[in-house]
Design a protein. Structure first.
Length: 199
């Protein structure tokens, strides 16, 4: 029994924070887990920037509503879901993900939640569990599943390495150089073929 475990941002949909950075003209918000391996540090940095500019959840959600899945992502996901169980394991938040999940045909998503104050400002994060991606694949394995995983960022590496098979997808040159043993793909047809071979 296999479960395919996919990162969301950078793999299936554009990076939400980069889109928000472009919409607001705040370049500091372009930082993602491709740049900062420490997720808690990254989120604290983001919340500081949001407070500084008086931006809350509503403004972020308005930008997210304009984001479409990456070209070919839904077709890739639909085909993979017809061949295996698939879970998207993301460090994004329930409050961000709903319009994107709708556009992807409501796949299963494991993610986190935001703490938002009465003024709509993001004041904290509720992480589902420590090291959520690695913890999730290990939990699936403890239930008798083999996992096959893909992602593009530092926070995907543990999930990928803990799986029966794992791949980088549209990752950075630095991450690819630092992990030369991991197959790296740029196109959805290549990634689908890799999953199908592992299945």
């Amino acid at each position: 029994m296999n479960v395919c475990c996919l990162d969301m941002e950078g793999v299936l949909v554009p990076e939400i924070w980069i889109a928000f950075s472009e919409a607001t003209g705040i370049p500091e918000l372009r930082r993602t887990t491709r740049d900062e391996p420490d997720y808690n540090k990254l989120m604290a940095f983001r919340m500081d920037i949001l407070r500084e500019h008086g931006l809350g959840l509503k403004q972020i959600q308005e930008v997210i509503a304009t984001i479409d899945p990456l070209p070919g992502a839904k077709e890739f996901l639909d085909t993979l879901r017809s061949e295996s169980q698939v879970i998207i394991i993301s460090d994004t938040f329930e409050e961000f993900a709903k319009p994107l999940m709708q556009k992807l045909g409501w796949p299963t998503l494991f993610c986190n939640a935001l703490e938002v104050d009465k003024d709509g400002m993001v004041v904290g994060v509720h992480m589902r569990c420590p090291e959520s991606k690695l913890t999730t694949v290990r939990a699936l394995q403890s239930m008798g599943f083999d996992t096959i995983a893909t992602g593009d960022s530092f926070n995907d590496l543990a999930m990928i390495r803990a799986s029966k098979a794992g791949f980088l997808f549209r990752s950075t040159e630095q991450i690819k150089a630092d992990n030369p043993d991991l197959p790296a793909y740029e196109e959805f047809d290549e990634l689908l073929a890799a999953f199908e071979a592992a299945l």
